[in-house]
Design a protein around this ligand. Structure first.
Ligand code: TPP
Ligand code: MG
Length: 345
């Protein structure tokens, strides 16, 4: 199997001759993924605390989704060029793409220098063309046709970029989802649809969204592969996305992946999930927390010690503390710049 060493620049494609497996992932990359997941969790907890202190207008927790975020970005690194149309819950995608804690803290607190929208929008809504992250918005499912349009543009111009879009299972009930999959499959576009199924669209359970068990089954209606994976398992998710990347790069068109995840927190800081899910249900969900699960795997493989686990956590907390101080000290955008990038002159 081809193997990408962690010393290679991200984005350098290995020469594959067979279908990818998790054996392609080096121990350094496994530890890198774990560190990214820990940093995402620490950032997420800080974001929530800042909201409760009145310093962040809204928090959108990603706890329970981290394995899917990190595994997906790592698998996309296998191609020289990848584009992203993520969802609002995808903090781990930003971390894995290298968006710094400082940039994210500026974003949570809508301070001057925010890098996605100049602090005009929700946290990390907007775009980062330098990272090929586009059109992040809260308007559910709009990222899917955007991703498909981008992938069509790539096909027409001979650009080998593979496009990944992430969305919730609730988004898969929107017309945008169906139009996007239909168009992408007809034109065999190099786009990967990654559904983060956390079984809730705010308070609406999956059973009130669709009459099927698995979002992946919807792929059959479009003649593309549909794969369901445990999205709390880094390695299984990595494998599913890597195979979809392989299919896309070999001209095989799109894949729909359903990553079954858990939403371990309320929908947002404006939601009270106690009104629609029981403490017992949440307790069960916490058993699938991807962080302890991946740490236990790494320890069983002899790749992580208790000491190293502690060091990674302390390092993440240190980085996030530092970034918080910097963001707290930063000014809000100058009111005189209110119309910048909004109206042409
Ligand atoms: C077009 C549109 N309809 C409704 C909403 C309100 N809304 C915001 S998030 C959300 C739930 C989406 O659920 P899902 O796609 O499962 O993603 P999750 O939040 O669970 O990650 C809804 C209905 C919206 N933002 N946009
Ligand atoms: Mg959902």
């Amino acid at each position: 199997m081809a193997r990408r060493s962690s010393t290679e620049a991200p984005g350098k494609a290995p020469a594959w001759t067979a279908s990818p497996t998790v054996a392609d992932v080096s121990p350094e990359d496994l530890l890198g993924m774990y560190a990214s997941m820990v940093l995402t969790r620490v950032l997420d907890e800080r974001w929530w605390a800042l909201n409760r202190q009145g310093k962040a207008a809204i928090a959108v927790p990603s706890q329970g989704h981290e394995a899917t975020h990190v595994a997906a970005v790592w698998a996309m690194r296998r191609v020289p060029s990848a584009a992203y149309f993520p969802n609002y819950r995808d903090l781990g995608v930003m971390v894995a793409l290298g968006v710094s804690p400082r940039e994210l803290l500026l974003s949570f607190m809508a301070k001057a220098g925010e890098t996605f929208s100049g602090a005009r929008q929700f946290p990390f809504h907007g775009a980062r063309p330098d990272l090929k992250v586009f059109n992040l918005s809260s308007v559910v499912a709009t990222q899917l046709p955007h991703a498909v349009g981008y992938a069509l543009g790539c096909k027409l111009s001979g650009d080998p970029t593979v496009t990944l879009t992430l969305f919730g299972e609730g988004a898969s009930s929107q017309g945008d989802f169906h139009e996007a999959l239909n168009f992408a499959s007809i034109h065999r576009l190099s786009v990967i649809f990654l559904c983060e199924n956390n079984r809730y669209a705010i308070s609406v359970p999956q059973s009130k969204q669709m009459a099927i068990e698995s979002v992946a089954d919807r792929a059959a209606g479009y003649g593309i592969p549909g794969v369901a994976v445990d999205g709390t398992d880094v390695l299984k998710t990595y494998q599913a996305v890597a195979e979809a990347v392989e299919l896309a790069t070999s001209g095989g068109g799109p894949t729909l992946i359903e990553a079954k995840v858990e939403r371990l927190m309320p929908h947002t800081s404006d939601d009270d999930d106690k009104r629609y899910r029981s403490a017992q249900e949440l307790q069960e969900a916490k058993k699938r927390d991807p962080l302890p699960k991946f740490a236990a795997y790494l320890k069983a493989q002899g790749l992580l010690t208790d000491q190293e686990e502690q060091r990674i956590l302390i390092q993440a907390r240190h980085e996030v503390d530092q970034a918080t101080q910097e963001a707290e000290a930063a000014p809000y955008p100058d009111a005189a710049t209110l119309g910048d990038h909004v109206y042409g002159s």
